[in-house]
Write a protein that binds this ligand. Structure first.
Ligand SMILES: Nc1nc2c(ncn2[C@@H]2O[C@H](COP(=O)(O)OP(=O)(O)OP(=O)(O)O)[C@@H](O)[C@H]2O)c(=O)[nH]1
Ligand SMILES: [Mg+2]
Length: 499
């Protein structure tokens, strides 16, 4: 925990509504004198320095037990963000950092500051370069941050070197996203997928995270504060045992995930056999996918102004205005530079998208450049073989969007529609569009089904399209459009059929 004995702990503050949180932050900043005018004397530096050293001591990240890998929480509290800006405009770089800030907040952190460093490429040793690392150390001291979050994936070596300079914990974007996923996964499968990805990420970094050990191995006789921890002699062997046990655990987890996938595949095949068309809602994180699912089906799915609120695929039954039944699946949100381990771990979940009959690609219309989100998501579509599924671009949050951005999107995207899951604007049109785009059952049948065959009539309702229905003395007179299999079952009662 931090050593700032302020009245409200950072944890209390995180649960406040956003606007209040900002106020609370300002209050505390004022109380700590952080809203400084640049006045800085040696005494202050000394004091903060001591304070921050205490923090480091409290942040032992050494693995006590292999199970910690699974349950480890980053426990981010007060963070400073740092990005390396290698290409693109300054706007791009700032947006990327703003997204990192949103990710950090989602993980429960308080963002104190963010800096961008212009470089041709990240520094191989310290990511931002040793001079900048020193400046970053100053910012860390000044703000009282306990963690630095880097906007990229750092090598184990970069993490260690940067930690050595800034003297607080350094994590990268990948670790942050993994942490959010770990907090949000609910189902057994989701949890297993996340811990597999976490272990994969941790494996080469075990030494880096066990800070004292890394110093000992690399730094020689620096005699730094970590030396007293009980990892000296047999440290190397312990790490090796840890690695082996993690590998074994990973293998076991892979098998479990494969089994869970099998049972999900069976369910999906079952739906396919019944020819129920499937629609997948996919898109960038926080675009409003779950809100749209709720709006379209009345399902009570968790909606949160947080990234990656949804991690487990939710499948709901829905009906088109013409009464055709289809399944509607909510999916994991995507984000730029989704950590490779996660794409791998969630491949099976994302493959559902590839097998859908239609994708509702939801994009946040109130974002300044929704095109970037569209492109990032399509990259993942390509990765999981979902590029040839018909797609409707659903530009959501039309209520809050810039009309010019909306116009631009609707012009650029051929199969697009603007809606607001919140206000309901455009939802009727979207429902009609889904109806038009979903594959049609292909046989039109007229049949008189006796009342003793009520179940057959229900199935026609569920998977076919009922054009007319009349209850006569002899049974239900149906004019319907159904797929071949059902047409065969209706055959005994058929009056007329045409293709
Ligand atoms: N203004 C506005 N806000 C919306 C609309 N639809 C959703 N939101 C808000 O956007 C935020 C994210 O909504 P979700 O439905 O959780 O988004 P999601 O795409 O499922 O997000 P993840 O599951 O986290 O990837 C919530 O705060 C919603 O209230 C809309 O039409 N207009
Ligand atoms: Mg969601």
């Amino acid at each position: 925990m931090t050593s700032n004995a302020s009245s409200s702990s950072p944890h209390d503050r995180q649960r406040l509504p956003e606007h209040l949180r900002a106020e609370a932050l300002m209050e505390e900043d004022a109380a700590l004198g952080l809203d400084t005018d640049g006045d800085w004397d040696g005494d202050q530096l000394d004091r903060s320095d001591r304070a921050s050293l205490r923090r480091v001591a409290g942040l032992s990240t050494e693995l006590e037990d292999v199970t910690e890998v699974e349950y480890r929480q980053l426990r981010l509290e007060r963070v400073v963000l740092v990005g390396v800006w290698t290409s693109g405009t300054v706007d791009d770089a700032e947006q990327s950092l703003a997204e990192l800030a949103a990710l950090a907040e989602t993980a429960g952190a308080l963002v104190l500051d963010g800096v961008i460093q212009r470089r041709d490429k990240p520094d191989p040793a310290t990511y931002i370069g040793s001079g900048k690392a020193q400046e970053l150390r100053d910012i860390v001291v000044e703000t009282g941050a306990d963690t630095v979050v880097c906007d990229g994936e750092l090598s184990p070596g970069q993490l260690i070197h940067l930690e050595d300079v800034v003297k607080v914990k350094v994590v990268d974007r990948t670790a942050l996203i993994l942490d959010i996923f770990a907090q949000h996964a609910k189902s057994r499968e989701g949890k297993a997928q996340v811990s597999l990805a976490q272990m994969q990420y941790m494996l080469p970094r075990l030494r880096g995270w066990g800070q004292s050990l890394s110093r000992q191995m690399g730094g020689g006789g620096s005699g730094s504060s970590g030396g007293g921890m009980a990892t000296r002699g047999p440290g190397e062997t312990k790490i090796e045992t840890d690695r082996r046990r993690i590998r074994e655990k990973m293998a076991k987890m892979r098998r479990e995930i494969a089994e869970m996938k099998t049972s999900r595949d069976l369910k999906r095949q079952e739906r396919k056999r019944h020819k129920v068309p499937s629609v997948a809602i996919a898109g960038y994180t926080n675009a409003g996918k779950s809100s749209l699912l709720n709006r379209l089906t009345g399902a009570g799915v968790l909606v949160e102004n947080a990234l990656f609120a949804t991690l487990d695929p939710t499948v709901r039954r829905a009906e088109t205005p013409s009464g055709r039944v289809y399944t509607l699946a909510d999916t994991v949100g995507f984000v730029r530079h989704l950590p490779h381990h996660l794409v791998e771990a969630f491949r099976s979940t994302m493959e559902e998208v590839g097998e859908a009959d239609l994708i509702l690609h939801v994009v946040d219309g109130s974002h300044p450049v929704p095109e970037e989100q569209l492109a990032a998501v399509r990259e993942v579509f390509r990765d999981v073989g979902a590029h040839d599924v018909p797609e409707i671009v659903v530009v959501n949050k039309a209520d809050a969007a810039d009309p010019l951005v909306l116009q631009r999107l609707l012009r650029e995207e051929k199969h697009a529609i603007a809606v607001s899951a919140r206000s309901g604007l455009g939802i009727d049109k979207l429902l009609a569009l889904i109806d038009d785009t979903l594959p049609r059952p292909d046989v039109e049948v007229e049949a008189l089904v006796p009342y003793t065959h009520g179940a057959l009539v229900s199935r026609v309702h569920a998977s076919g399209e009922v054009l007319s229905e009349e209850h006569t003395g002899e049974g239900t007179l149906l004019r319907v459009r159904v797929h071949e299999e059902l047409a065969a079952e209706l055959a005994p009662f058929t009056l007329a059929a045409r293709h």
